[in-house]
Design a protein around this ligand. Sequence first.
Ligand code: DQA
Length: 139
Amino acid sequence: MKIQIINGPNLNLLGKREPETYGKQTFEDYLTTLKTRFPQVELSYYQSNVEGELINKLHEVGFGFDAIILNAGAYTHTSVALHDAIAAIKTPVVEVHISNVYAREEFRHKSLITSKCIGLITGFGLEGYAMAIQFIQKK
Ligand code: DQA
């Protein structure tokens, strides 16, 4: 089973960025534990701060992979183009957020992508990515 994880803007700074909200672990570290926990899954990881590059990646993997786990960061709340990219591809997308976006500022309460995703995991820290993999495996 092939799963692509895509992280959006500012998530390259995990570990350094607002650790009270996003934790102290880098994503690279967490990815190592994910690969150990799910050895039967072929996990690929991509991060970009650029909206168009995220769209290009969705197009690239969106017809061949079994699932995509997408944390679009702040583009979640603004990007019609990401909404359209998810609508355009065949591979199902799980939306993940590390923080509980509904417990934060109101501008984070609206996601432009949830309606095109198969589900949403928010507020469980980095563990949300493992929860998404578990869900995809059982599907
Ligand atoms: C985030 C939540 C977004 O509102 C924010 O812009 C992020 C990270 C999360 O994982 O909690 O960059 O997607």
